[in-house]
Design a protein around this ligand. Structure first.
Ligand SMILES: [Zn+2]
Length: 206
């Protein structure tokens, strides 16, 4: 009798209990895995911005007093990113944030000579373009606050942003760092919020 009972397999109740336990375990594990994935993305992205910072610093050093020139306009980040490629061994993937599926929706992000879109905004205030041609490198008051590239979209109020709570930034002294929302200055007018703490060049012109 006992052997027959042992062979019968699981009862419906046992199956339901096992299914419920597995469901609970999955429910517990998924957020942990998602968090780990987000942290890994953030770290890889920081590494990207670190390489961009070094490349941008090299470019600025070579230009001397001049700022990088953009023929298509101040907001043409793709063109600005492309200018850094020679200093990055033409590795376009450096401009690919792993948390961002791509900025193909934004024409300004496209590199003019490649079918590639940068996931980082390149600071238009740090270039020479039709609307500001009289600026020079010596007018930058603090290179360690001059953010040359940062995750785009960057604004805390932008729902399309790819990292929670901030962006990674490449600065012109060659360092890269995480810029948290609370350090962006959230108390200014809408469009100036990111600029208020001097992380972007607008606040640093003499
Ligand atoms: Zn990123």
């Amino acid at each position: 009798m006992n052997r027959h009972k042992d062979d019968r397999g699981f009862t419906l109740i046992e199956l339901l209990v096992i299914t419920a336990i597995i469901a609970v375990l999955i429910g517990l594990l998924l957020p942990i895995l998602a968090g780990a994935r987000a942290r890994a993305h953030k770290l890889k992205c920081l590494n990207n911005t670190r390489q961009i910072a070094v490349a941008a610093t090299t470019l600025f050093g070579e230009l001397g007093e001049k700022l990088p020139y953009r023929s298509r306009g101040c907001c043409e980040w793709g063109e600005a990113a492309e200018q850094l490629l020679p200093y990055l061994g033409y590795t376009k993937e450096v401009f690919d944030c792993p948390a961002n599926p791509g900025n193909e929706d934004y024409s300004q992000c496209k590199m003019p000579n490649y079918d590639f879109y940068t996931d980082y905004e390149m600071n238009g205030w740090l270039c020479t373009c039709p609307s500001h041609t009289d600026r020079r490198q010596s007018m930058i008051t603090d290179y360690s606050l001059a953010a040359y590239a940062y995750d785009f979209p960057y604004a805390p109020w932008d729902k399309r942003r790819v990292h929670k709570g901030g962006v990674n930034c490449a600065y012109l002294d060659g360092h890269a760092a995480w810029l948290a929302d609370e350090d962006m200055g959230l108390d200014g007018p809408e469009e100036d919020k990111f600029y208020n703490k001097g992380h972007v060049i607008q606040a640093m012109w003499r």
